[in-house]
Ligand binder design. Structure first.
Ligand code: CUA
Length: 304
């Protein structure tokens, strides 16, 4: 799709440059050639022609043809980008303040990194959990608004393995500029291997080890540090088992249920000094994953 999009873009660009140079040069040339010379009258010459049907027809017909070419070409590309091939592989895309979630039919789910096989049509089933976001991968010439309460559908077929930038292209709040990710295109074989592993993340790990993996995987680390430094959210070092002062003025002890509630319903007990900006992970975490995160955060509590 990129080749056709670019070809049309350059066609419009070079056509515009050609006519710009032609018209501006002729205008300058005639301005100088037909200027009023010393000793001549500035009054209009009554014998000069008043119109020219051929010239007038040409500046209507030529631009009309150009516009029709651009329309036909653009419409062809639009149809191509709108009609998803029947054999496409589906990935569910979720936009949420301020990250991208990807869910695969096999059970794998990732945050801010989409992995897909090369030379395979990929169908994107996109929706938002909150406000309007826009899924933008410049290298694929792919940009779709992602709306709450409905699905948007798009597709692409990557022709080269590599890592491509993903942006949110719709202003969606204070961290809009940080809503970025990667699209990693790999070979068919690497994709299968990745999918097998990603679909069974906790295999062979203790709950706390699995929780540590999820902490990065679910992008918790973008707002919570583990070394005591405050970030967008409080650091999780030394929280578990200790008293937490809330924005409401109350104090409570950070136990298993407090951690669980803070993940699923983050706005309920906000820590004093922080904004209620954390998104809910309700529906994004399986029970086993929630248990693992609680177990991991538990291990951070003893260090205080
Ligand atoms: Cu999401 Cu900007």
């Amino acid at each position: 799709m990129a080749a056709e999009t670019d070809a049309l873009f350059y066609f419009i660009l070079y056509t515009a440059i050609f006519f710009f140079v032609l018209i501006v040069s002729l205008a300058l040339y005639f301005t100088i050639k037909y200027r009023v010379k010393p000793g001549e009258s500035a009054a209009p010459d009554p014998t000069a022609p008043t119109h020219n049907p051929l010239l007038e027809a040409s500046w209507i017909v030529i631009p009309t043809i150009l516009v029709m070419v651009v329309f036909g070409w653009g419409f062809h590309g639009f149809l191509k980008s709108s009609i998803v091939p029947a054999n496409a592989l589906q990935i569910k895309v979720t936009g949420q303040k301020w990250f991208w979630g990807f869910d695969y039919a096999e059970g794998a789910s990732t945050v801010n990194e989409m992995v897909a096989p090369v030379d395979t049509p990929i169908k994107l089933l996109m929706s938002s959990k909150d406000v309007i976001h826009s899924f933008f991968v410049p290298a694929f010439r792919l940009k779709h608004d992602v709306l709450p309460n409905r699905y948007r559908i798009g597709w692409f077929q990557a022709t080269q393995p590599g890592t491509y930038d993903l942006y949110c292209a719709e202003f969606c709040g204070s961290k809009h500029s940080q809503m970025i990710g990667k699209v990693r295109i790999v070979s068919e074989r690497e994709y299968k291997e990745w999918l097998d592993e990603a679909s069974d993340l906790g295999k062979g790990l203790t709950p706390a080890e699995f929780g540590r993996k999820l902490f990065t995987n679910k992008a918790c680390n973008t707002c919570h540090t583990l070394d005591g430094t405050p970030s967008n959210g409080p650091s999780l070092k030394g929280v578990f088992g200790h008293d937490v002062k809330l924005a409401s003025g109350a104090t409570l002890k950070a136990d298993e249920n407090y951690i669980r509630k803070s993940i699923l319903d983050p706005a309920s007990d906000v820590v004093a000094g922080y904004q209620p900006i954390m998104p809910t992970f309700q529906g994004l975490l399986k029970d086993k994953e929630l248990d693992a995160l609680v177990a991991f955060i538990q291990t951070l509590g003893v260090s205080k």
